[in-house]
Design a protein around this ligand. Structure first.
Ligand code: GLC
Length: 723
């Protein structure tokens, strides 16, 4: 149906709706998961649906439950307006893909599009129309548990992933039985929560809001994201749920967003706790007026809307606009024509194909952080005897945060290695638990290691301390894992650590004791198979870090795209005292943004520019510059390198970052193969948003330094002159 049809259908429906029915369309209630903490009330949802006073339900699990609730709304209410069903399908429905932060490490947005397509197919077949994903909160805060759900610290990488995921969920036709509406969240700057403490305040300049946090949302809206979710935080004192500048001024007016803004879970009611509303009626007025269209779980719109209209505190046109947006979402999803799903067609488990897709994606997400003496890959030839130790070695708890009830557990690393190395004698010992302090099991792990030719240690952070509200003040391995590493490394056997977790971890205390480290994140349903693929060399690692790994939590926030300061630290002059560095720790990160090794080596040549000079006027007319980077596989085996392009404006009215990612390309090269990788850069990459709240983008004359490399620690540089 065309947008015009939607408008006429919407107008016709609005003309027939009572005020209560209009307010009801703005209400989303939660279904109570049988397994407990959904916090929902199914009976309340059914009662509201029957009266035509409900627009949406979240957390419905199963095609039968979806159809049953839909039938009440469509068959029993006065106008028969269908419900729209939402769910947090963040990185998988039945088939759990690696956590989004892991997917970002692939530096290959196609992996997230695959996740989204598989997830959409599984979810829609079970009566889910709408996912609260992709989360696109740029963040520099590893203490914040939701970094696991993000795609890291860079706006350009996050933007590429956000667009790919929206397209993977939505495709070209939202009425299709294998597509679901996306939700760009959390609008906006949630990743900047002070101290990394979830839900905490964000004080942010207009320029940082527009240059760091907003770009992924703008791109997602331009890619057609059907919905946006408001964030829990304040934005420079104004709660995101009651912020007309961001919700209406920027999102709806400047960007022309015509979809639905949904609150976060009780985010409207929480305006009172924020100190932004004196009571529920004020919370409803501020939030609806600012631009929230649908209220998740709390019921202030429905409870106070009529009185707010009567007292003229709420503009009836705003109410109609919000209802129109909800009806438009339902029309775009085709719910009026096809409100039900075919229960016999519901996908009820992962398929061999979806597992294979998850395995391939996971293999591309692993990052080889170090590999001394080429201890990896293991199969070259395979060891006679291998010890696989650690609390996560034989664990299925590797799906990560935001996984759905009933999603099958992960393949353990031990099982993956046994399948990959059938002729190797593999013995296992957990040694310690993932968080406990009991070290009694370390002796057995040491004994297993001593009897082996090589050791794989699987350690890290469990999903239980990752994700929403899972904020950590330290970033080390929990429990007694570091003692286990020291004891096993003390055997002198070659050790490869597989590090699992949902955030950057501080590993300096033991990294030098082991030969190799692979960051595996929480790699999803095929974790063990994908890890075994990489450890044995069946898959050559090519991932790169989408977040900085600090040496110590005291350095946080620490990120690559920082400003220089007036007294930058110069590693060539370490004796200089009055510079911006710590007294008690080496400068810089443990591992930099964009870092990642391979089983082969690559060399990147000097970047070549299609022109050395360009004018501001040409740039503003979308004239671009082509940058060509020669890359060669200088090793003995095929591998993949991520060629990265960064720009730096060394002298601008607003101080610019020392590096700004403006291009990346993951390329597979045979041993000895060379390729020219081409990037196109222009005004968007050289200019920046000013502090003007009206939104002013500036391109200034002067030098632009073009850096290229296999990480943000770039080697080569060319200069472009803007006149
Ligand atoms: C949570 C999260 C949000 C999620 C919503 C529904 O609190 O902040 O990302 O989509 O509630 O579960």
């Amino acid at each position: 149906m065309s947008g015009h049809d939607h408008q006429s259908r919407i107008g016709e429906l609005l003309g027939r709706m009572t005020v209560e029915e209009k307010l009801g369309q703005l209400q989303q209630l939660a279904w109570a998961w049988d397994t407990g903490p959904g916090g929902g009330d199914t009976a309340a949802a059914e009662a509201a649906a029957r009266k035509g006073l409900l627009g949406s339900v979240l957390n419905v699990v199963g095609a039968g439950a979806s159809n049953a609730l839909q039938c009440i709304a469509v068959e029993e209410s006065r106008l028969g307006i269908p419900l729209v069903f939402g769910l947090d399908v963040i990185h998988g429905y039945h088939t759990t893909f690696p956590i989004p932060l892991a997917q970002a490490a692939a530096f290959d947005p196609a992996v997230t599009e695959t996740d989204a397509e598989v997830s959409a197919r599984e979810a829609r077949s079970n009566g889910i129309h709408w996912t609260f994903s992709p989360m696109m909160d740029v963040t520099r805060e590893p203490r914040w548990g939701r970094i696991a759900e993000s795609t890291g610290e860079d706006p350009y990488l996050t933007t590429a992933y956000a667009v790919a995921k929206v397209r993977g969920y939505q495709g070209d036709d939202l009425t299709a039985p294998d597509r679901i509406a996306a939700c760009a969240k959390h609008f906006v700057a949630y990743g900047g929560a002070e101290g990394g403490r979830d839900y905490n305040s964000v004080d942010v300049s207009e320029q940082r809001l527009r240059n760091l946090y907003l770009p992924p949302f703008r791109a997602a809206v331009d890619a057609g994201a059907a919905t946006v979710m408001a964030a829990f935080n304040t934005i420079s004192g104004v709660p995101a749920h009651a912020n007309p500048h961001t919700l209406t001024g920027i999102l709806k007016e400047a960007w022309g967003f015509d979809g639905v803004v949904v609150s976060d879970w009780t985010g409207v009611l929480e305006l009172i706790a924020h100190g932004g509303a004196s009571d529920e009626a004020e919370a409803a007025r501020r939030s609806l007026t600012a631009g929230v269209d649908m209220e998740m779980v709390s019921t202030t719109f429905v409870d106070h809307g009529r009185d707010l209209l009567a007292s003229r505190a709420l503009d009836p046109e705003r109410l109609d606009d919000a209802v129109a947006r909800v009806l438009r979402l339902k029309l775009r999803l085709g719910l009026f024509e096809r409100p039900y799903v075919t229960e016999t067609a519901a996908l009820t488990a992962p398929s061999a194909e979806s597992r294979a897709a998850a395995r391939e994606v996971a293999g591309r997400c692993l990052v080889l952080l170090k590999n001394d003496d080429d201890v990896l890959p293991l199969a070259g030839p395979a060891p006679r005897a291998l010890a696989v130790v650690g609390p996560f070695a034989d664990s299925g708890d590797l799906l990560g945060t935001w996984t759905l009830p009933g999603a099958p557990e992960a393949v353990p690393v031990l099982a993956g290695l046994r399948a990959a190395l059938p002729d190797t004698e593999i013995r296992h010992a957990a040694g310690v638990s993932s968080q406990g302090l009991d070290t009694a099991g370390i002796a057995e792990a040491v004994a297993v290691a001593e009897a082996a030719d090589a050791v794989v240690l699987v350690v890290g952070e469990p999903p239980a301390i990752s994700g929403e509200a899972a904020v950590r003040s330290e970033l080390g391995l929990p429990g007694a894992q570091e003692e286990l590493i020291a004891a096993v490394a003390g055997t002198g056997k070659p050790c490869a650590v597989v590090l699992v977790g949902g955030r950057p971890l501080t590993i300096g205390g033991w990294a030098d004791q082991v030969a190799a480290i692979v960051m595996a994140w929480h790699p999803g349903i095929e974790a063990g198979s994908a890890v075994a693929d990489v450890l044995t060399g069946a898959v050559v690692p090519g991932g790169k870090l989408p977040v900085t790994f600090p040496r110590a939590v005291g350095q946080v926030p620490l990120y690559y795209n920082h400003e220089r300061t007036g007294r930058p630290y110069d590693p060539a002059a370490p004796e200089v005292k009055y510079v911006s560095k710590y007294l008690d720790i080496a400068d810089g990160p443990e591992f930099a943004f964009g870092h990642g090794l391979s089983y082969t080596t690559f060399s990147l040549g000097e970047p070549q520019l299609s022109r050395e000079r360009i004018t501001v006027a040409e740039l503003l007319e979308d004239v671009t510059v082509e940058v060509t980077v020669p890359v060669r596989n200088t090793g003995a085996r095929e591998g993949e390198e991520v060629v990265q392009l960064y720009v730096q404006d060394p002298a601008a009215t607003l101080t610019q970052p020392v590096r700004r990612l403006c291009g990346f390309r993951r390329v597979r090269l045979a041993a000895g193969e060379e390729r020219q990788v081409r990037f196109t850069v222009g005004a968007d990459d050289f200019g920046y948003w000013s502090n003007d709240p009206a939104g002013v983008f500036i391109v200034e004359p002067g030098e632009i330094h073009i850096h290229t490399g296999g990480s943000s620690r770039t080697q080569a540089r060319r200069t472009l002159l803007i006149t």
